[in-house]
Ligand binder design. Structure first.
Ligand code: PXP
Length: 248
């Protein structure tokens, strides 16, 4: 597929660590999963180091940086602790996400409008260190405009609502919102990614949006790996993305 039409797949290995941590032993190892994901066709690996270290821990980031050839997308909250860790490791990319201690997963996008002044120094320091910064935001025009004014080169559109709502009119409306946001991102010069909650039955319409160049997918792939293996799950996802792209 020509480079312009290709859409990258970032595999999020957080929940390999969730299973490992349930036993407090070394197995299953998220770094091993990342290396396998690379062989299966992933273009990058994503890992979210949360404040409470509930899945990925500091040593995982260290090992991913040392052992992985693929680019690492370091998901992080905008805190001094995480900024310092990012600056120490200098991953290829950092995706700034909102983080609430009590949530099960990243529930909504970052509020780049209200949080603008707070976010300015974090974005600037990471960008200055040569890290490709993305902001995980809801698919809304004002959030995209705020990303531009913050100097973030990339946004990741939150697809959680699109995946959660009932199939039919509600899903179509959410898809439309993401399509409009992706078009706006391209118009204002932002590189556009998307992710959260994507599965085999929801990925194609998102992968078909021409302005979106990367999807980050975790929970579904790791869950599906229980039944058919991680390699097969990634290959099937890759195939669905490629087909959607070719048909677009
Ligand atoms: N993108 C971001 C910014 C996320 O926080 C997450 C979840 O950690 C994902 C993508 C992947 O979501 P999921 O695990 O539901 O595929």
């Amino acid at each position: 597929m020509d480079e312009k039409r290709y859409i990258r797949l970032g595999v999020n290995v957080d929940h390999v660590a969730t299973v490992r941590n349930a036993r407090g032993i070394a197995h299953p190892d998220p770094v091993r999963a990342a290396l396998l994901a690379a062989e299966a066709g992933a273009d990058g690996i994503t890992a979210h180091l949360r404040e409470d270290r509930r899945h990925i821990v500091d040593d995982d980031i260290e090992r991913l940086m040392n052992e992985l050839e693929l680019p690492l997308n370091f998901e992080m909250a905008a805190t001094d602790e995480m900024r310092d860790i990012a600056l120490r490791h200098k991953p290829h990319a950092a995706c700034i996400v909102p983080e609430k201690r009590e949530e099960l997963t990243t529930e909504g996008g970052l509020d780049a409008v209200k949080g603008h002044n707070y976010l300015v120094p974090y974005v600037r320091e990471l960008v200055d260190a040569g890290i490709r910064v993305s902001l995980f935001i809801d698919p809304e025009k004002d959030q995209l405009d705020a990303a531009v004014s913050l100097g973030a080169p990339v946004v990741e559109l939150h697809t959680g609502t699109y995946c959660e709502v009932e199939e039919g009119a509600a899903r179509e409306a959410e898809l439309h919102r993401i399509q409009e946001a992706a078009a706006h991102a391209a118009a204002v010069g932002l590189e556009c990614h998307a992710g959260h909650g994507l599965a085999f039955d929801t990925v194609a319409p998102i992968a078909a949006i021409p302005a979106i160049v990367e999807l980050n997918i975790g929970h579904f792939l790791i869950g599906e790996a229980i039944f058919g293996g991680l390699e097969g799950a990634i290959k099937q996802m890759r195939d669905l993305m490629d087909r959607a792209r070719a048909e677009e």
